[in-house]
Design a protein around this ligand. Structure first.
Ligand SMILES: [Zn+2]
Length: 60
């Protein structure tokens, strides 16, 4: 099954077709699993959790 072509770099909030971000080189993800939503009430918690879980993988 083919995945979506469009990928997103979370740190840059940038969309691309590449597997890695052209700007920062971080691995991109499909936008589907965790949609970005401006009204994301739990975004702050999720980002804090991610930062605490993997402080070295958040990159530039
Ligand atoms: Zn990036």
């Amino acid at each position: 099954m083919t995945d979506a072509l469009l990928k997103v770099c979370r740190p840059c909030d940038r969309y691309t077709l590449k597997a890695t971000c052209p700007s920062c080189g971080a691995p991109t993800r499909t936008p589907h699993p965790a949609r970005y939503d401006a009204s994301d009430r739990y975004g702050a918690y999720r980002r804090r959790l991610l930062a605490e879980a993997a402080p070295r993988t958040q990159g530039a």
